[in-house]
Design a protein around this ligand. Structure first.
Ligand SMILES: O=C(O)CCC(=O)C(=O)O
Ligand SMILES: [Fe+2]
Length: 319
């Protein structure tokens, strides 16, 4: 494990106590992981273009409502390509995973004031399993770009649920997302372990294990809940196969096996945002191709007139 810590350059190191909290709870909230000043240009760019370069589409919840989000795997020299490479992000993730990691994917996950969707309870590893990773040695960092509250649909967790292991894949059946056994386990887990709502100010972050149960409720306010989520996989856990299972989130989001494979992650200094050493907020990123059927639902939520005019990069269009 010492190797992981040899080349640390971040000024934001996690303490042993924080690492122990994460191991116990499967989640760790780090207040002021970013200064509000560092994220302000990203918040402004989102307000100027809430379609995020036409990349936002809808992920359906159990009621068929569309939750706006997008994904990217390649890291460009814009703000959202730099955040996943920043030393504080990579080194904190490596301290929690106990080994080197690489970028799996990142997302904007948004609750507009007009969106009426939830993010249903799930474990991220339920679907990443189908990408051919052997272990759940993966985690995600959720960062608040705008404040999150219970009322606007902050993320909720079942602390300690990562100790349950993987509950199972989410089925496509019309009856609901979980089988009876999965539902029973999930209900028991909530009763036994409780639910923790994580409300966040701009710049706060929550690290969570890929088996920690989480989801989020409705936005009942006029404000927008804007978050980004950066996910990492341990280097030793790169997919052992390029074949995909039936419920693969990667396939749903048009992520290729190549984009899931190990690629070296070059850390960058923590002051990159404060020094404005980036080319744009998000216009240099190649996002995954939108799913237009769900994109239409999203456009209704967002009231976009013409979703087909969305600016999907050519390199993704052809796939
Ligand atoms: O935005 C949220 O509330 C949760 C998003 C999430 O869990 C995911 O994208 O996997
Ligand atoms: Fe998730």
């Amino acid at each position: 494990m010492a190797k992981v810590f040899e080349s640390r350059i971040s000024t934001h190191q996690l303490t042993q106590e924080q690492i122990a909290d994460y191991q116990r709870d499967g989640l760790l909230v780090v207040r002021k992981m970013f200064d509000a000043e560092e994220l302000a240009p990203l918040g402004q760019a989102y307000r100027d273009d809430p379609t995020v370069n036409g990349s936002i589409y809808g992920m359906e919840d159990n009621e068929g409502k569309a939750h706006p989000f997008n994904t990217w795997t390649e890291l460009s020299d814009d703000i959202i390509g730099m955040i996943p490479r920043m030393a504080r992000m990579v080194e904190s993730s490596e301290a929690l995973l106990g080994e080197r990691c690489y970028h799996w994917h990142s997302k904007f996950s948004i609750k507009t004031s007009t969106c009426d969707a939830r993010v249903d309870w799930h474990q991220d590893y339920a679907s990443w399993y189908d990408d051919g990773v052997l272990f759940p040695h993966m985690l995600t960092v959720g960062i608040a770009v705008e404040p999150t509250t219970k009322a606007n649909g902050c993320v909720q967790f079942v602390p300690g649920s990562h100790h349950l292991g993987r509950i199972g894949t989410i089925s496509d059946s019309a009856e609901g997302s979980y089988t009876q056994d999965q539902t029973t386990r999930f209900e028991l887990a909530k009763q036994v372990l409780g639910i923790r709502y994580v409300e966040m100010d701009v710049g706060d972050a929550v690290f969570f294990h890929s088996n920690t149960l989480h989801g989020s409720g409705l936005n009942t306010t006029d404000s927008e809940r804007v978050m980004i989520f950066c996910s990492y996989n341990a280097v030793s856990n790169a997919p052992y196969t390029e074949a995909r299972g039936p419920n693969d989130e990667g396939a749903y989001m048009n992520i290729t096996a190549e984009e899931r494979a190990y690629r070296p992650l070059q850390k960058i200094a923590d002051d990159v945002l404060l020094k404005h050493s980036y080319k744009s907020a998000f216009s240099h990123t190649g996002f995954q191709r939108a799913n237009y059927e769900l994109g239409d639902k999203y456009s209704q939520a967002l009231k976009i007139e013409n979703p087909d005019s969305a600016n999907v990069p050519d390199w993704k269009r052809g796939q």
